[in-house]
Design a protein around this ligand. Structure first.
Ligand code: GRF
Length: 188
């Protein structure tokens, strides 16, 4: 039987879509049993709908504080008994309490060669610094932002003509391969 995974998103959802396509294959060890978006207007919600995946919007602004927001999130996630929680463009920082609740089960994909370029605007910063390579990294989520143990990483050559947009497209293409592949190897 396939294991459950929960995917947390905030926006476009292209990584979500790549995990859905992989999970549709018979031999993939998991299925997405729930998608939660921190943002009502996330395009990724449409992708979940189209693929008949249960989805919720849980917006921080509906709660008087972050603890209550996360309690609601935890309640919804626990019901799925997930083997993994995959952050895919989820733009909120999770608390220690949340991370400890799902110890070693939360992973994220980040568009840089971690530990370089944690945080936002990774492509712009890498190009500006004259880096030869960029890439993407799948890592465990810990309290340190983008600082958890690296699980998988792919390197991509930055060409002199690359802009943050072209580099982002190249890296994203690779993200769509490495993220499902990593999930598959973690859960097989
Ligand atoms: C990706 O670049 C991912 O690496 C980063 O956020 C972006 C999400 O894109 N964490 P999408 O919503 O999966 O299209």
């Amino acid at each position: 039987m396939k294991k459950n995974i929960v995917v947390l998103i905030s926006g476009r959802g292209s990584n979500l879509e790549s995990i859905i396509s992989a999970a549709n294959k018979k031999n993939f060890p998991a299925k997405i049993s729930l998608v939660i978006s921190s943002n009502r207007s996330a395009l990724g919600l449409k992708i979940a709908e189209k693929n008949h995946i249960k989805n919720f919007v849980v917006e921080q602004k509906e709660f008087s504080n972050n603890e209550l927001y996360e309690e609601d999130l935890i309640g919804k996630i626990v019901q799925q008994d997930p083997s993994l929680i995959c952050l895919a463009g989820y733009m909120k920082i999770l608390s220690k309490k949340f991370i400890n609740k799902f110890k070693d089960k939360i992973i994220n994909i980040h568009p840089s060669l971690l530990p370089d370029y944690k945080g936002l605007n990774t492509h712009e910063r890498a190009i500006r610094a004259g880096e030869k390579y960029s890439g993407c990294t799948v890592h465990y989520v810990t309290e340190e932002l983008d600082g958890g143990k690296i699980i998988a990483q792919e390197r991509i050559l930055i060409s002199p003509s690359d802009t943050p947009e072209t580099l982002s497209r190249k890296v994203l293409e690779r993200e769509h391969i490495i993220y499902p592949k990593t999930i598959e190897s973690l859960l097989s």
